[in-house]
Design a binder for this molecule. Structure first.
Ligand code: ASN
Length: 311
């Protein structure tokens, strides 16, 4: 018997449940890899330390270290590496099984879906539009759920979860309209009242997401949501990649362009290109598959904000 103390409660797995969990996780990862392989995407190794990382759209504690003369950030997402890699390679796209560290505020403990160390499959498609990427991800989600249903029905049953295979296309909403209708908690309200996956478009976000050239203050981006209250699955967008636009947006956010010098130099030299992408949280996908309200219950070694880590 292996006992794993997780978040709010002390959840104990016996061997059967732990092995079932890990088998489902293994098949989930295999299915994602197989799907991306079939689509001829190439895989990059993860970057864990970098002079720059995703500035994110919400505030987290600093996670930087100094090595020699240089300061590094622990990766919050590999967005800049994805853009540089897409600019430097050919083919339809790239992906990374990317470990990310985001030192979330303690209040995030209540969400049931936040880890301060987690992994996402981070994907970027060359020259893709929003529609291309959404279509691609819907196929990936459906293929993976079908695969798990075929390979792991006994294991899924142990968790008393039922897997419904969604059909395409998923419904699409606009964040401004939803906020007007439901207030600031619109994502949770929508997710809790939905029985199918859905997209929300047009979030005011980081400088690398593409601003709509025809509608100032609007963005060509998206989040994917789980039904039954499981909330956010993925965020991403089409990208801005032109030097002047990136520089303007960095300055508008009072960020220091100097910090992004290498990335901006690449943009100035025309080495970035048009793409769309996003990151699907892997622990969150597994949590949804097993319908666990607490993400700590599907991780062997969870890092829950505000909770002491034992190993
Ligand atoms: N991976 C996301 C993207 O591609 C960014 C993120 O995780 N914040 O847009």
């Amino acid at each position: 018997m292996l006992e794993i103390e997780t978040t709010r409660s002390s959840f104990t797995y016996d061997d059967t449940r732990l092995m079932a969990l890990l088998k489902i996780q293994t098949e989930m990862l295999k299915s994602i890899h197989d799907f991306l392989y079939e689509k001829k995407l190439v895989q990059l190794m993860p970057v864990i330390l970098s002079p720059i990382t995703d500035p994110l759209n919400h505030s987290v504690y600093d996670a930087s270290i100094t090595y020699g003369e240089q300061k590094f950030q622990l990766t919050k997402s590999m967005i800049f590496h994805k853009q540089l890699a897409i600019g430097a390679t050919s083919g339809p796209g790239i992906y990374i099984m990317s470990p990310n560290v985001r030192l979330e505020k303690e209040t995030m403990q209540q969400s049931g879906r936040h880890l301060f160390e987690f992994s996402q499959v981070d994907i970027e498609l060359r020259g893709a539009s929003t529609q291309d990427f959404m279509d691609f991800m819907e196929d990936l989600i459906i293929a993976t759920l079908i695969h798990i249903k075929q390979k792991c029905s006994d294991e899924v049953a142990i968790f008393e979860s039922r897997l419904k295979i969604p059909s395409k296309p998923f419904r699409v909403y606009n964040s401004f309209n939803l906020r007007e209708q439901f207030g600031d908690d619109f994502e949770q309200i929508m997710s809790s009242t939905s029985t199918d996956f859905f997209w929300i478009m047009d979030y005011t976000r980081e400088f690398y997401d593409k601003e709509d050239p025809e509608r100032k203050g609007h963005y060509i981006n998206y989040d994917l949501f789980y039904p039954y209250g499981f909330n956010e699955a993925l965020s991403g967008g089409e990208r801005d990649y032109e030097y002047k636009i990136l520089l303007r947006k960095i300055k508008e956010r009072n960020q220091d362009p100097q910090i992004f010098d290498f990335y901006l130099k690449a943009a100035k030299e025309g080495k970035l290109t048009s793409s769309a992408g996003g990151g699907l949280g892997l622990e969150r996908f597994l949590r949804y598959i097993l319908k666990k309200s607490n993400i700590g219950d599907i991780c062997l070694f969870p890092k829950i904000p505000g909770q002491k880590v034992r190993i």
